[in-house]
Write a protein that binds this ligand. Structure first.
Ligand code: ACO
Length: 167
């Protein structure tokens, strides 16, 4: 099998979900060139990223593609040569639930000027299809109270509370 251009094979995204994006918007795995397509500007609608050099980005990308293979699945939405949406799943392999796999959904960000066009919803649908295709039985995520209605519209339900500790 040929090595995929991006982080992983695009075949893992449901073709039905991928084709539901508006014509000029493409959902696909993260690629190394995305550093120059505004990947960081996009993800900064979510949180600060620090000043990451291209070399540092490539190092992280290579790690995800090799050592993190089968664990890290990063998706982007490209529109007119620019990254306008991001989202990822991190696959956790468990001992419980018959050695079940679960997907942690992270880094959901849609550029401000593209919000409200159902791109966020479609990003979640793409990540869910990916999670199912790599053998996960559920997806979980943590979010602010403000974003809860968005995730309810995406088909999620509240389950427990998120706790955190910084180091
Ligand atoms: N509150 C209430 N409803 C919302 C909200 C909200 N904050 N955001 C979206 N919705 C609703 C929309 O109105 C729409 O409803 P409808 O189907 O009845 O019309 C539905 O949810 C789908 O909305 P989309 O258009 O797909 O949402 P959008 O593309 O704007 O993406 C997102 C939503 C991802 C929250 C975007 O606003 C964003 O990037 N925000 C900043 C970053 C952020 O907070 N990301 C989430 C972090 S949590 C995580 O990463 C796990």
């Amino acid at each position: 099998m040929a090595t995929p251009k991006g982080l992983f094979s695009p075949d893992l995204i449901s073709p039905k979900v991928a084709s539901a994006f508006p014509e000029s918007y493409q959902i696909r795995p993260l690629e190394q060139e995305d550093y120059h397509k505004g990947f960081f500007e996009c993800i900064q609608v979510l949180t600060s990223t620090g000043d990451v050099s291209e070399e540092q980005f490539n190092e992280r990308y290579d790690w995800m593609k090799t050592k993190g293979e089968g664990i890290h699945y990063f998706l982007v939405i490209e529109h007119q040569n620019q990254i306008v949406g991001t989202g990822t799943i991190v696959v956790e392999r468990k001992f419980i639930h018959n050695l079940g796999n679960i997907a942690h959904i992270e880094e959901i960000a849609i550029r401000k000027e593209h919000q409200g066009k159902k791109l966020g919803l479609k990003m979640i649908q793409a990540l869910s299809s990916l999670a199912k295709n790599v053998g996960c039985y559920k997806s979980i995520l943590g979010c602010s109270e403000e974003n809860e209605p968005f995730y309810v519209k995406c088909g999620f339900e509240k389950g427990g509370r998120t706790m955190k500790q910084y180091y």
